[in-house]
Design a protein. Structure first.
Length: 290
């Protein structure tokens, strides 16, 4: 992209990919606006070239931990696959919960089957299971095994990274995929712009847009404003991040320096914990905000 002469790069990436893209953009001097929720340390050193719209992982997952505690869960099992993102999420949850009397039990999904997870949950007396795994495998088989195990009728299943947002989740799991709380980045009420965009997207998609669609629209809106105001010079774009003030679909977007974050960060994007309503799995219930 840099060799082709692009003015800036936008990306909705998985965390590990986003971090690689950010590091390369920083090295090349290519402005990069990251729209997806990713690791706090998006680059190894502070950079002027990268800005991020979504909340850093630590803030979102701490909100999720607060939700768990508020719902009465203090013995939390995490079924996790090997990954920097999942390991970081586990550490955030453990640190936040431990300071409030909670316990995190790690279940290594490189060594366990979905059926074996059920036995581990019983043995550890966990009251909640969090899916820090890929979708649809092994997330879907784990949900099916836990939902169908009578010993675990009272356990809560959660998926902080947002797998239940996918339409495929509802298709594959039906009613069993409901009541599994996850993080999404929407306000309780969209801005007037957000309401108009949501209506247009619903008409085009023939279904309700996910929060990722609003992240994407806001990314384009910010870049369009920057390029209109400052032209296509890369250095001028990077210099403009702290002066951004754009009305997005989810609120006023401005970037600042946040302690512990190496990139320009939208300091207060909205965060919700939601799930699919068991009575109407295509509808989402807001359970907690942060």
């Amino acid at each position: 992209m840099a060799r082709l002469g692009v003015a800036a790069l936008a990306g909705e990436y998985h965390s590990v990919v986003a971090r690689a893209a950010a590091a390369r953009a920083d090295a090349l001097g290519l402005p990069f606006l990251c729209s997806s929720a990713v690791l706090d340390a998006l680059t190894e050193q502070p950079t002027e070239w990268v800005a991020r719209l979504s909340p850093p992982q630590s803030r979102g997952w701490q909100v999720y931990a607060d939700f768990l505690l508020g719902a009465g869960h203090s013995r939390i099992a995490v079924a996790a696959q090997p990954s920097v993102y999942w390991a970081t999420g586990t550490r955030i949850l453990r640190d936040h919960l431990a300071s409030r009397g909670g316990t995190v039990i790690e279940l290594d999904m490189s060594a366990l089957t979905a059926a074996a997870v059920c036995d581990e949950l019983v043995d550890h007396r966990a009251t909640a299971l969090l899916l820090l795994v890929g979708h649809p495998e092994p997330a879907v088989p784990i949900v099916k095994s836990v939902r169908r195990d009578r010993r675990l009728a009272e356990i809560m299943i959660g998926a902080p990274a947002g797998q239940p947002e996918f339409a495929e989740w509802a298709t594959l799991l039906g009613d069993e995929g409901a009541a599994i709380p996850f993080l999404r980045y929407l306000p309780e009420r969209l801005t007037p712009l957000g309401a108009r965009v949501g209506t247009a997207l619903r008409e085009r998609l023939a279904e309700a847009p996910s929060f990722v669609a609003f992240e994407g629209y806001d990314t384009v809106a910010v870049l369009a404003d920057v390029l209109r105001s400052h032209g296509v010079d890369r250095a001028r774009t990077a210099e403009s991040w702290p002066r951004v003030a754009v009305e997005g679909t989810r609120g006023q977007i401005q970037f600042s320096r946040t302690p512990g974050i190496s990139v320009w960060q939208w300091a207060r994007p909205p965060i919700q914990v939601v799930d699919r309503d068991p009575a109407e799995p295509d509808r989402f219930r807001i359970l907690h905000t942060g």
